[in-house]
Write a protein that binds this ligand. Structure first.
Ligand code: SF4
Length: 167
């Protein structure tokens, strides 16, 4: 069995190279993208009354489709439905072949690459670099809860709008 097949049952497939390079670009520009995202989040929060009127359930499918397109392009997003990009330097942890959401395993290579995919930079090494650019290294210490697979494919944007409006 090839090492990259060991985690195939988790559905975490390795992204093709061109998309991966855009993911690395996003981490390199984490400060700019994070600022843009924060502005977008404020808009989302403000849209809550409109979203409620239309109905969050009715919006789920079209918004998730847009979110998937944008975030797959920029972050190789796997649509886990519980986005933690703001706490991981804009490096999506779902691209870790072991699915680790709370830091790297012990197998990071000396060159900062993944032990499962030797040609891939470790998503957590990238997370640290992105968090430094965002001046948000402390956020890496937040403990992330296990992934709730019932939310797979659902929009994190709508969830954020709903959550912030309720809080
Ligand atoms: S944490 Fe989840 S929602 Fe956020 S980019 Fe990664 S897969 Fe997508």
């Amino acid at each position: 069995m090839r090492p990259e097949d060991a985690f195939a049952h988790r559905g975490v497939a390795r992204a093709p190279l061109p998309r991966r390079s855009l993911r690395l670009w996003s981490v390199r520009h984490a400060a700019f993208l994070a600022g843009t995202y924060r502005a977008f989040e404020r808009v989302l929060r403000g849209m809550d009354p409109v979203f409620r009127r239309i109905g969050y359930d009715r919006l789920e499918q079209p918004v998730a489709a847009v979110e998937r397109t944008v975030k797959q392009a920029l972050f190789d997003c796997r649509m886990c439905g519980q986005c933690v990009l703001s706490a991981t330097g804009l490096s999506c942890p779902m691209n870790c072949p072991k699915g680790l959401r709370n830091g790297p395993c012990g197998g990071v290579r000396a060159n900062g690459h993944c032990e499962v995919h030797p040609d891939m930079p470790c998503v957590w090494v990238q997370a640290f670099a992105g968090a430094q650019r965002m001046d948000a290294v402390a956020a890496l210490g937040q403990v992330q809860t296990p992934v709730d697979h019932r939310r797979a494919g659902k929009s994190s944007w709508l969830e954020a709008a709903k959550h912030h409006a309720a809080s």
